[in-house]
Write a protein that binds this ligand. Structure first.
Ligand SMILES: [Zn+2]
Length: 421
């Protein structure tokens, strides 16, 4: 076995998981119960398993202010995206939340985590948005998310007390950082290059991964598929994960060179700052390299196409190397998918744009190895039938009726978690 010795961000992999036993139930029953929304629940799980190491909980004002102003935690470690838990002043009063006490966070009417309340504070949301997103334009989805926070933040360490069940098909792909690090070591992978994805892979993605594998001399590519809040028109989560894994199953990546995993994260679209965050999380997963293509984690025209490449120039060594890639396109003169840095026929390039790929998926054009592989298309269509209520793209029916990625095991806590707020 290879020791994947890359240390997590901050040096120690955070693990704060302590499943409730029947003896604990009385202890937590009297705590204030706070039902949390999907985003907060996912972030509790991520904190508790160390995806966000060195964070041990939701940020206090010193960390948040330091992240906003300097892109570091108060301790000095680089951190680019606020991870906060918001509540309204009236909720806080109603719950009787006090610094120094604990609360039980619940999800799907079941206990999820204990929050040790260390600070209750407010913060200027417009300032936060400008610092993190470079804009306070409410059309930006990350800014929207920031302005949608309630007026107070509750900070403190989080302990997961009821580990969620990950539902099929994601159960085969979701691993905690500790588990994933073990998997990588068992494979003998000491150099691992991460590919962040929210897409069904077309030929450009496939070659981007292959190119990054060569460039970093990696043992393997880790696809880290972002599974989180969906909006209509996105690919359904199941299609993203299963098509990536198909690239390995069908041999486009030899067995032992490609592994698909999932990250439960609600995209902030913070462009360069989100690129830094992605690098840190994948470092925690055990990756040594991270690929960044054009317009990484961007949205609209808020960021320069390669802003996510340049941001690393001004940062200290993060302990994970960036593999910066330009565009892969189809060139009819070269007769292949090729790389912007190599192909001399820029004026004849055929972009592997989302619209072209959607046209293929919708049956308006034939699949091809140079655009979207027929094998990938077949999985997309299977997923549409099996998981997407007939569509591989998110529609209302999917949002309302899909099987959730995670479900909470039922615990008898002697009181109902659904009572408040
Ligand atoms: Zn060419």
């Amino acid at each position: 076995m290879v020791d994947n010795s890359l240390s997590p961000h901050g040096g120690v992999l955070v693990e704060r998981v302590a499943p409730l036993t029947s003896g604990d139930l009385d202890r937590v029953a009297h705590l204030p119960h706070i039902p949390v929304r999907d985003q907060v629940a996912r972030e509790c799980v991520n904190i508790a398993y160390g995806f966000f190491s060195p964070l041990e909980g939701f940020m206090g004002s010193a960390d948040l202010d330091s992240v906003a102003r300097r892109m570091t935690l108060d301790s000095g470690y680089i951190w680019s995206i606020p991870v906060v838990f918001d509540l309204s002043r009236s909720e806080i009063d109603q719950l009787g939340l006090k610094v120094g006490e604990s609360a039980l966070l619940s999800y799907q009417d079941q206990p999820l985590a204990i929050l040790d309340v260390e600070e209750i504070y407010s913060y200027d949301k417009e300032f936060m948005a400008r610092q993190v997103y470079g804009t306070a334009d409410e059309a930006h989805p990350g800014v929207q998310r920031t302005f949608a926070y309630s007026d107070m933040f509750v900070a403190g360490k989080v302990t997961l007390v009821n580990p969620p069940t990950i539902n099929p098909p994601f159960d085969r792909y979701w691993q905690t950082p500790r588990q994933l690090r073990r998997s990588l070591a068992e494979r003998g992978w000491s150099k691992v290059v991460a590919h962040q994805s929210r897409n069904v892979p077309h030929a450009g993605h496939e070659w981007l991964m292959k190119g990054a594998w060569f460039a970093s001399e990696a043992d393997g590519v880790l696809v880290s598929a972002v599974i989180g809040e969906k909006k209509p028109g996105d690919y359904i989560d199941e299609a993203i994960v299963l098509t990536h894994d198909l690239l390995r199953e069908a041999g486009f990546f030899r067995e032992g060179t490609h592994l698909t995993s999932t990250l439960m994260w609600d995209m902030r679209y913070a462009g360069p700052r989100e690129a830094v965050f992605h690098a840190l999380v994948r470092k925690n997963l055990g990756c040594t390299h991270h690929m960044f293509g054009r317009d990484h984690a961007g949205v609209g025209s808020y960021y320069d196409t390669y802003a996510a490449h340049r941001i690393f120039d001004d940062l200290p060594d993060l302990g994970i190397k960036s593999v910066l890639t330009l565009e892969w396109w189809y060139c009819p003169v070269c007769g292949s998918v090729t790389y912007e840095g190599l192909c001399g026929h820029r004026d004849q390039k055929q972009d592997l744009a989302g619209t072209l790929i959607r046209r293929i998926i919708q049956g308006g054009e034939e699949p091809a190895p140079t655009t979207l592989r027929a094998e990938v298309l077949e999985v997309v269509r299977d997923c549409a039938e099996k998981y997407g209520f007939g569509s591989p793209f998110v529609e209302d029916n999917y949002l309302q009726n899909r099987t959730p990625v995670m479900s909470m095991p039922v615990l008898e806590v002697g009181c109902t978690c659904s009572g408040t707020t």
